[in-house]
Ligand binder design. Structure first.
Ligand code: SDX
Length: 428
């Protein structure tokens, strides 16, 4: 017998179905609520509202659990590669060796961008933020592949998916090279995904450059940890834009823009700026912690807190450990890591944060590794987007294959003026 919920209102009593997920989560199905009662629900920020059923990623915020397609993030972080994880998220299972080799080859063979795309950058100011550039250029890919636009056709989507995964690193590295006035570096098919990105970022015509495998491995780990996180702000954006039958390039471009915000993926850049200002004596860690208790979004302690995790973000735990390992392997002493560790210690013992279950999230330590491997601060969120790309794609595909697919269009409660008359301009 399926569970039911009873709603009583205005002398009316109705029964609503209760859906239960494979991990035991329960949701009241309100899809017939307005038709039956004239009522809608109101949930600013959607903290209590499920937008869909999904089989891609599971998060238990209370226990700090994250699984991609049922596999714990800790196992994937230790044993998988980023492209293997992308395959898992998008196709629902781990590839066997021939499948993975063929997938890697296919992505590798699409890493170059059309020469016309290289000219886009000349139109941007030198100081253009790489997130703005990435959103613009990714969106413009739709103009180069008009035949890959039919959202309902999985074959079309396959072509767009490979092109997005393959070209994102090239587009990102190009935005960095443009910002420092260096020539763009073409991808090299002999290199793996992360080594290729590193050489496009740091090689130049005047010197030999061989990517450090330790750095490439650290980057691969970071991309895995950022690959998906169920219905976060940017993934929900990709779903909503895709629900109007906009093409995949347009939907991903919208996701990049949503991720850019400092409350979301943009926090990783803000964390480093916060740690640097503490290092440079513009405020002690304790002062930052005190200021962050004002409760407004602009003074919050970047890298702490989460809508879902009310425990330590499992990704932050892995990244913190990797921080120490990578910096030690590279022989780098990071004052910022010291400050971050001290800040975490203060916060985890501060009642304000303890009472609100505020812990380090994925953005708190990631920038320290990015900085240690030479990535400039304004590229941090671009790397977050590069990691999140397979998750966005997986959700976009899942939405289009959902039998309950329909355009997303929330309702509202109107609180504005009523029965106003038009006043001619000479009487206003
Ligand atoms: C990501 O959704 C995802 O899954 C996102 C993500 C992903 O992988 O896609 O995990 C990636 O976006 C991580 C979060 C990165 N952002 C930051 O680090 C920015 C700082 N964090 C906060 O802005 C905040 O914690 C959010 C945005 C992450 C969550 O915001 P919520 O859920 O709206 O939190 P809330 O406002 O309900 O907070 C509850 C209380 C409030 O205080 P009271 O009103 O109860 O007095 O906690 C306070 C908040 O003021 N609070 C903080 C705080 N975060 C929340 N106070 C100080 N510093 C903080 N960081």
């Amino acid at each position: 017998m399926a569970a039911k919920a009873t709603l009583k209102f205005g002398g009316q009593e109705i029964e609503l179905g209760v859906e239960e997920g494979t991990e035991g989560e329960k949701a009241i199905d309100i899809s017939g609520l307005r038709a039956q009662t004239g009522l809608i629900t109101l949930d600013p920020g959607f903290a209590n509202t499920g937008s869909c059923k999904s089989a891609i990623t599971f998060i238990d915020g209370e226990k700090g659990i994250l699984k991609y397609r049922g596999i714990p993030i800790e196992e994937l972080a230790e044993k998988a590669s980023f492209l293997e994880t992308a395959y898992l998220l998008i196709y629902g299972r781990l590839p066997n060796k021939p499948e993975l080799d063929s997938y890697v080859d296919e992505v590798t063979c699409h890493t170059m961008v059309h020469e016309n795309i290289r000219r886009f950058y000349d139109g941007f100011p030198k100081k253009a933020h790489p997130m703005a550039v990435s959103a613009a250029v990714i969106g413009a890919l739709a103009t180069f592949y008009p035949d890959r636009q039919d959202p309902s056709g999985r074959r079309d989507a396959e072509g767009s998916i490979v092109r997005l995964l393959a070209k994102f690193p090239t587009i990102a590295a190009n935005s960095y090279k443009y910002s420092i006035g260096q020539p763009f570096v073409y991808p090299k098919n002999r290199l793996n995904y992360c080594s290729n990105f590193l050489q496009m970022m740091f090689a130049n015509p005047c010197a030999e450059y061989e990517p450090d495998p330790v750095v490439a491995k650290a980057l691969d780990l970071l991309l895995i940890l950022h690959a998906d996180h169920e219905q976060n702000c940017s993934t929900s954006t990709v779903r909503l834009v895709g629900s109007s039958l906009s093409n995949l390039f347009a939907s991903i471009s919208a996701g990049i823009s949503a991720l850019w915000g400092s409350l979301h993926g943009g926090a990783n850049q803000k964390v480093i700026e916060m740690l640097e200002s503490i290092r440079d004596g513009e405020g002690s860690a304790a002062a930052f912690v005190e200021k962050s208790k004002k409760g407004d979004d602009t003074t919050r302690l970047m890298g702490f807190g989460h809508r879902v995790y009310k425990n330590y973000d499992p990704r932050a735990r892995i990244i913190k450990k990797s921080c120490h390992q990578v910096l030690e392997r590279l022989g780098i002493h990071s004052k910022l890591l010291e400050i971050a560790t001290n800040l975490e210690e203060i916060v985890l013992n501060d009642d304000y944060f303890v009472q609100r279950n505020l812990y380090p999230n994925v953005d708190f330590y990631s920038g320290i590794i990015y900085q240690a491997i030479g990535i400039p601060k304004n590229m941090f969120t671009v790397l977050f987007a590069m990691g999140r790309l397979p998750g966005w794609v997986a959700h976009w595909m899942e939405m289009h294959e959902d039998p309950q697919f329909r355009i997303g269009r929330p309702r509202q409660i109107y609180t504005g003026e009523i029965n106003k008359k038009f006043i001619p301009i000479d009487q206003r």
